[in-house]
Ligand binder design. Structure first.
Ligand code: TEU
Ligand code: CA
Length: 566
């Protein structure tokens, strides 16, 4: 069994503060709103709260554009509010993980204000500046938020790189002074007593210093920077330095958001020797898995379970004994799990949400729950661009519908309703009062109209709710080390409807089977003894049906049975 670590046995709950709870009626979630709901989170049983960025920011990308790393965003409250949240979370046995966004800053950060002012400013090389090429951008890289990844700065007649919005200039990680500033800031937060970092676009820090053009599809104006940025030449050198300078000096949870990471690269980022990070998020089961590829990241339709299974099983098998993994369906950049991977119709929403939860939480790795996932919250019926707030959606709409006219407004709205990030950013649904109890003011983004049925108060009053199912899954992970540390083995790999696997540790075998369809599916897995210990005693740990059918898994049925040989 791997070396035991608290963050390997923990369940992490991601809070998007802007949409969690508004305590002062300005329509925007805030830190005191989180503090007020710590009892709810303690009841759920989660161990760690990961806060999306709460630092000072002009909110061009809702806090992922930081203008002061050592101050709290005005709309979220004060540093005293933060200190109180940290102390109260700790008092309740919960840890706080911060979102570290250091691939880029806001263009309103003091460093960039200095850097852009003159070519010989001491902060000039904190960012990536290039001369024009033939009077235009230095290369053809596309920004993740549409358009060029370069912005011209007339003050000095040069371009700066921004892989995201023009208000998010990339930091120059080649500059040791930049790395020093980052490590000092991280240390400052660790000294305040936080318990870890989620690291934004950690796989983008190191760029190929030749900045070559990327591949552009025929007719496309911009090219793909990925091969020259993702898992770049010095990334592991940088992270090992960060580990030596900061991470190794504290007992932290560290998780890198590693867009484009392969399982081979993940073995370096999350190596068991602890030389870099604890774990990474990969994107293989969330990017490009939908049935209908429309344009860019914009897909429609549903993913097929066998495709999801082959990806997740690959990661389970490849990381075994080499690196620790993360488990997630949802976050603030992804659509709601029950809408994307499950079935959000009134008939099947609860059952399929529980099935998805079982499928994920019985796997090996640290599981992440995104706010509202424990309620089975769904995608939102955004009617038009006016309902959207996300810069990625708004820029993509402008590019594809307004400027390039490559898809219709209706098709773009269908894509946004399917995979748009705002699906995860509609307010947390607390009760059936106005605005779902999120705010007494006007919410910054529309509330999903289904809040009257889907909300925390209703869930807490219903013993069969998704909430109590998640609560049980979390408790089981705390009670059974086979769930955290058991070796993963796939089962029924030819079955296109049932996703099954087993976990082995010492004299225990945990068998899990999940029906991903709305039909009965034949399954005799639990009728014969699937364990490796003949005569082992079966104990059903969890199931989303109270009555079983022999030889069948009912629609969206998920079952986990522990076989223990004495
Ligand atoms: O996301 C990184 C990233 O790759 C996103 O572009 C994501 O893949 C995409 O939005 C999926 O549709 C991180 C943060 O999680 C995201 O919220 C920020 O917008 C981005 O970095 C820039 O900080
Ligand atoms: Ca507020």
């Amino acid at each position: 069994m791997e070396e035991r670590k608290w963050w390997k046995e923990s369940v992490i709950y991601q809070i998007y503060p802007r949409s969690f709870s508004d305590s002062n009626g300005d329509g925007i979630g805030d830190l005191n709103g989180i503090t007020a709901h710590l009892p709810y989170l303690e009841k759920l049983g989660v161990d760690v709260l990961w806060l999306s960025p709460v630092y000072q920011s002009p909110n061009d990308d809702n806090g992922y554009d930081i203008s002061d790393y050592r101050a709290i965003m005005d709309e979220f409250g004060t540093m005293e509010d933060f200190d109180r949240l940290l102390a109260e979370a700790h008092a309740r046995g919960m840890k706080i993980v911060m979102d570290l966004v250091v691939n880029h800053t806001s263009d309103e950060h003091a460093w960039f204000v200095e850097s852009r002012s003159s070519r010989d400013n001491p902060y000039r090389d904190y960012y990536i500046w290039k001369e024009p090429r033939d009077g235009r951008e230095p290369n053809n890289w596309r920004s993740c938020f549409s358009g060029s990844a370069w912005e011209y700065c007339p003050e000095t007649g040069m371009y700066y790189l921004h892989l995201f919005s023009r208000k998010q200039p990339d930091l120059n990680w080649e500059n040791p002074q930049v790395r020093r500033e980052v490590y000092d800031m991280m240390t400052w937060w660790c000294e305040k007593g936080i318990d870890g970092f989620r690291m934004d676009v950690v796989s983008f820090f190191s760029k190929d210093q030749r900045f070559p053009d990327g591949a552009a599809a025929p007719g496309e104006k911009y090219g793909d920077f990925s091969p020259y940025v993702i898992n770049g030449p010095r990334i592991h050198e940088f992270l090992q330095e960060m580990n030596r300078e900061v991470l190794s000096r504290y007992d932290l949870l560290t998780v890198g958001e590693a867009g484009g990471v392969t399982v081979e690269e993940a073995k370096k980022y999350a190596a068991s020797d602890g030389s870099e990070l604890g774990m990474v998020f990969h994107f293989e089961h969330t990017d490009g898995v939908m049935e209908e590829k429309v344009i860019g990241k914009w897909d429609c339709g549903k993913p097929r379970m066998p495709r999801i299974r082959s990806i997740l099983n690959k990661w389970q098998l490849e990381l075994e004994g080499k690196a620790w993994g993360s488990l997630y369906w949802d976050n603030h950049d992804q659509p709601r799990a029950v809408s994307r991977f499950g079935n959000d119709s009134p008939k099947w929403r609860v059952l399929s949400a529980k099935m998805l939860a079982t499928c994920l939480h019985m796997q090996k790795g640290t599981p992440y729950i995104y706010q509202g996932e424990e309620l089975g919250m769904t995608n939102a019926p955004f009617a038009s661009l006016e309902d959207c707030r996300d810069i990625e959606e708004i820029n993509a709409y402008r590019q594809y519908v307004t400027e390039e006219k490559v898809i219709s407004a209706d098709k773009m709205m269908q894509c946004i309703r399917t995979v748009g990030r705002d699906n995860a950013r509609t307010p947390m649904q607390w009760d059936d009062s106005a605005n779902a109890g999120f705010t007494s003011g006007t919410p910054w983004i529309m509330v999903n109209p289904n809040y009257t049925q889907i909300n925390a108060r209703a869930a807490l009053a219903d013993p069969d709710s998704v909430f109590y199912y998640y609560q049980k899954l979390i408790r089981l992970r705390h009670e059974h080390t086979v769930i955290a540390y058991g070796v993963f083995e796939p089962l029924l790999q030819e079955n296109d409807s049932v996703y099954a696997f087993r976990r082995l540790l010492d004299n225990q075998v945990l068998v899990v089977a999940c029906n991903w369809t709305d039909q009965d599916q034949p399954c005799t897995l639990f009728d014969e003894d699937p364990s490796v210990h003949p005569g082992a005693v079966p104990e059903e740990l969890i199931c989303n049906y109270s009555v079983h059918k022999t030889g069948v898994l009912q629609p969206y049925e998920a079952r986990a049975v522990l076989y223990r040989a004495d």
